[in-house]
Every structure is written in C-alpha cells, then in structure tokens.
Design a protein around this ligand. Sequence first.
Ligand code: C2E
Ligand code: MG
Ligand code: MG
Ligand code: MG
Length: 291
Amino acid sequence: NAKKRGRSRVVVYDDSMESANRERLQLENDLRRAVELDQLLLHYQPQVNARSGEVSGAESLVRWNHPDQGLIPPFKWIPIAEELGLIEDVGEWVLRRACADLVELRASGHSIPKVSVNVSALQFHDEFVDTVRSALADSGLPPDSLEIELTEGIMVSNQESVVSMVQSLKNLGIRLSIDDFGTGYSSLSYLTRFPLDELKIDRSFVLGLAKGKQNAELVRAIIAMAKSLGLEIVVEGVERMEELEFFLAQDVEVIQGFLFSQPVTVTQLRGLLSPHHFRRQLERLNGSASK
Ligand code: C2E
Ligand code: MG
Ligand code: MG
Ligand code: MG
C-alpha cells in the first residue's frame, strides 16, 4: 500500500528508519567504550527515616555522561548494555564506585549506614559473588554497609544455582533487598526461600494510593506481610506529604523519594548528610501541612 501513497512517503519512512538504526548503532558503539572512557557516574538518592530525619542509607543510581547527549538515564541504555553483554562491566564499575564512595564519605566524617547497588538479572552469574567479595576487600567497606538490590526476575527463578548464589552473597555478610516489589511476578514463595533483609515497595503502589481505597488496602497487606516476615521496609517514589502520612500511619518510616531528595551527586550528598538537614526539612513539611 505504500506504493499507492507515493514515492516520497516511502523514502521518508525509510530515511527515518535508517536514521533510527544509525542512532542506535552509534549509541551501541559509544556504550562499548563508555566504561573505559570514564563516562559513567553515580548519583545517590538518600533513604530517610521520616520520623527522626536520619539518613538510613542511599541508593546508587548509574548515569551515562554521553559526550554529545549529556546525562542519559538508565532506562535508555541499561537494556542495550544487557543485550551487548556489557552489563557485567557496567555493574562491576558501579559496585566498586559505590563501595569507594561510601568509604570516602566516612573518611571525611560523614555517617551513613549503608549504600545500595542495583543488579541486573543478566549480571547474576557465578562470578558475581567473587566480584562483590573483591569490591569489598579492595575498598575496605564492611560487608554489612553494602546492600544488593535484587529484582523479582532474579528471585522467581527456581534454579538451585540462583538459590545457592544468593546464599553465598548473604554469607559474605552483605544485606539483600528486594527491589520493585510486586511489579514482576505473582509468585510470593521466593520471599521465604531467599535470605532477604529488606523489601522496597514500588512507586506504582504509592501512586495507586490516591486512586482508591482498595489500593490502600493492598499496600497495607504488603506492609503487614513484610513485617511478619521480619523484612525492613523502604518506600520508593514518595513525592507528596499525603503519601508520607499514609506510610507513617502504618509505622513505615524509611522513605526514598523526591519529597526528600532527587538522586544527587556524591558532592551534593555530603550536604544532605549533615545531622540536621532532613530534620529541618521535616519540620518545614509538617509546618506547611498543619497550616
Ligand atoms: P530503581 O532501582 O527502582 O530506582 C528507583 C528509581 O526511581 C530511580 O530512577 C529514581 O530516580 C526514581 N525515583 C525515586 N524517587 C522518585 C519519586 O519520588 N518520583 C519519581 N518520579 N521517581 C523517583 P532512575 O535513577 O532513573 O533509575 C531507574 C532504574 O534503572 C532503577 O530503578 C534501576 O532498575 C535501574 N538502574 C539504576 N542504576 C542501575 C545500576 O547501577 N545497575 C542496574 N542494573 N540498574 C540500574
Ligand atoms: Mg533499585
Ligand atoms: Mg525500585
Ligand atoms: Mg523502580
């Protein structure tokens, strides 16, 4: 049918296809060299205890500082890195950088209990345990200051190898968290099969709160389940005071969201780690909420 619509249309279509392909190829080529050219950087988003204002940790979030395109968010290139088999290099860089940054922060007097690192399912091979062990040893970071965020995609696998790998990770003394809880698979059995410390309630549930009573009941059920399994809870993506109040009413205190801070550079993070920063911010939030 394209013929009927005339030649020029077909040519335009082909051109845009071709340029999309070219862009993609260019991105792939650039990505292959991003690690060695030192173009990756880590941002950190604090996890804040919303009663005390204390920072309980920070999640490391990778960015690619592309020479022409500037900072490219992970959803645009992590899947490509996975396809190209580059995710292990990216992941190892992230792990080492995060451990080193936390050690440096502490050396300069900042107190922060832990750093969390995201792991792709495709990075989750046998060598990963060795990579973590060596990143800890080389940085000198105490194992319980490192938390690995696993996804349901990893945990849902029944493979004995995955179960034993997660146990090996746990045996290193690190903390294990389950990211984006409730967004991937309907199986809940992995929650008891794996030695988890923490469950992160996904932002989609936070967004659901405003959309009806049933969503709130669902979140309450998740919280009750996590608590009865002895899991610590972090809520992701809290942007509004009403959302924070809902979670505080459920005695869920650790919040990671734009209400407190966007992901920031390690230099900016230093400012957020001063003992009073988030306590003052909470006072301001409470002040404006009660007006
Ligand atoms: P995630 O691990 O669930 O990280 C949380 C994401 O939610 C971050 O997006 C963060 O900026 C965003 N977020 C936090 N609070 C709020 C909020 O209040 N409102 C809104 N709208 N968003 C909020 P980011 O940094 O773009 O990362 C997206 C995803 O990319 C991450 O989701 C994670 O799955 C992946 N990712 C990031 N860094 C890495 C990494 O080093 N390795 C791997 N494999 N994946 C990574
Ligand atoms: Mg995460
Ligand atoms: Mg998440
Ligand atoms: Mg997410």
